[in-house]
Design a protein around this ligand. Structure first.
Ligand code: ZN
Length: 496
């Protein structure tokens, strides 16, 4: 045992070190590297990645993990137990799936995104269909290889991305949305939308001033500039491997004022989560968020619940006007608020507003569930997609490009991932109301004291990193199991 622990920790240190350098390389590539450096970089990257693979797949290391897992009870430290459990779980696929099938699948999914991109471009589902059929088929086999007494079928895929959340939990969640939210959304989106000054959508907003505002926001949210920074990339993201170095990007569209503002706030939500992990996790595999859903709850809370609130803009709108005096002339804060909180029926998930977003996800959840069960065939997917969009979002796509072909996820094999997007907003609503019992959130925002919110989240969510499950985090925050009613109530109050 002592030797196994020693080998595990030594190997972990190496993996973390390799991980840090490959992370730095990819960060650089996404943000600043000159285009012409790709070839040389890729050559070096491959050598490091191969070295890293050898370290990770060293048989002695894998055997040590296996033995530690078999003797979990004898490991005193609960964090170390969790880490061994998670590491072991991560290795299940490699252990239980026959190697040739696993490699075939890797090749299939690495080509998948190219084929999908072409199919989307040409609006031709038939082009993508054979690939997607193979991906679904593999996943139906995969769940057989991995099934346990507790987890079977689609549950296994869901649990990959959100531990402890399977069909039972998600059905409860989405049934609540179907019953309580869908009729409300249909009613609200049937109304004539509020009009607002056309200058908000038709002016040019120079990137330089947008950048100044994003930097202003970093101070407003107490984003720690000593441990993070803000750059630009094609698609905004958060990236970090330690609490002392967690970076974000945004993108400045000169024809869209709101885009960079809410990307910056969203990514800060992700970053502050990881920056506020307890330092003791930095050298372990537990650093980072505990799950995709909990991660997304933080970014959505910052973006939507704080960043799109009236109290927030009552305080910060003057700064925006100061940066864009011509463009925002004679536009009152309430009009700006109506502009950033529009709700309408739309086709594209990533452009959907706060009110309708989860319903887009619900469509995908239902389709995935049926595909894995075998009650829906890939060839019937476009038709079924359009039916569900009409039923849940109130609008039917005219093309597959705006329908079943819009997302990249399935082409890379990510089945079971989508539902975490909707879960994030629902977790956020539950955490928000729990926090509000101990801290007057609106008052904190009005007093430019978001630091107090960060502090509450640090104590109740962030410090634990990956050492608690999503369900445990919800219990710590709210002394309650997952309860989607808070989310529905929040949306109804806001959009009524
Ligand atoms: Zn996010």
């Amino acid at each position: 045992m002592e030797n196994d622990i020693k080998l595990f920790k030594e190997t972990r240190a190496k993996i973390k070190a390799y991980g840090y350098f490959t992370w730095l390389m990819s960060w650089d590539q996404e943000t600043e590297a000159p285009k012409g450096s790709v070839e040389y970089r890729t050559k070096q990257y491959e050598i490091i990645a191969t070295e890293m693979y050898h370290v990770e797949s060293n048989p002695a290391y894998l055997e040590a993990i296996e033995r530690l897992y078999q003797n979990l009870d004898q490991l005193g430290d609960p964090d170390f137990k969790t880490e061994i459990k998670k590491t072991y779980k991560g290795l299940r696929v490699i252990k239980l799936v026959p190697m040739n099938e696993y490699i075939d699948y890797q090749v299939l999914t690495s080509q998948g995104s190219h084929i999908w991109a072409q199919a989307k471009e040409e609006n031709n589902f038939e082009l993508f269909r054979p690939t997607l059929e193979k991906i679904v088929e593999f996943n139906r086999k995969l769940v057989k290889y991995l099934e346990t007494d507790e987890l079977k079928g689609y549950d296994i895929l869901l649990d990959f991305f959100e531990e402890g959340f399977g069909v039972k939990e998600y059905d409860l969640f989405f049934d609540t949305l179907k019953r309580d939210l869908v009729p409300f959304v249909m009613e609200v989106t049937a109304r004539k939308p509020k009009t607002f000054n056309r200058k908000l959508s038709k002016s040019v907003f120079p990137a330089l001033q947008q950048k100044a505002f994003s930097h202003y926001l970093m101070d407003v949210f107490s984003y720690n500039k000593n441990h993070g920074l803000l750059k630009e990339s094609a698609h905004p993201f958060t990236s970090g491997v330690t609490s002392t170095d967690t970076r974000i990007t945004t993108h400045y569209h000169e024809d869209q004022l709101a885009s960079s503002i809410f990307s910056t706030i969203h990514e800060m939500g992700h970053a502050i989560y990881e920056m506020q992990n307890d330092l003791k996790y930095d050298d372990t595999f537990l650093h980072g968020g505990t799950s995709l859903g909990i991660h997304e709850s933080q970014s959505r809370m910052y973006e939507n619940m704080i960043g799109r609130s009236k109290v927030f803009w009552d305080l910060h709108y003057p700064k925006l006007v100061e940066l864009f005096p011509k463009q925002l002339k004679n536009i009152e804060v309430d009009e700006f608020l109506a502009y950033i909180n529009q709700a309408k029926r739309s086709l594209i998930r990533i452009e959907a507003d706060e009110l309708t977003y989860a319903l887009h996800v619900m469509v995908r959840y239902e389709l995935e569930k049926q595909l894995i069960k075998g009650t829906l065939k890939v060839k019937d997917l476009p038709k079924k997609w359009n039916q569900l969009m009409k039923a849940y979002v109130g609008i039917r796509p005219k093309t597959d490009r705006e329908g079943v072909l819009q997302d990249i996820h399935w082409s890379g094999g990510a089945i079971g991932y989508f539902p975490t997007y909707a879960l994030g907003s629902a977790y956020a609503a539950q955490m928000y109301q729990a926090m509000n019992k101990e801290l007057d959130i609106e008052k904190a925002i009005a007093e430019n004291n978001i630091k107090a919110i960060n502090e509450w989240l640090k104590i109740h969510v962030h410090q634990f990193a990956g050492s608690k499950t999503p369900k445990e985090i919800l219990q710590i925050c709210s002394q309650e199991d997952f309860n989607p009613h808070y989310y529905v109530e929040y949306l109804k109050a806001k959009f009524r």
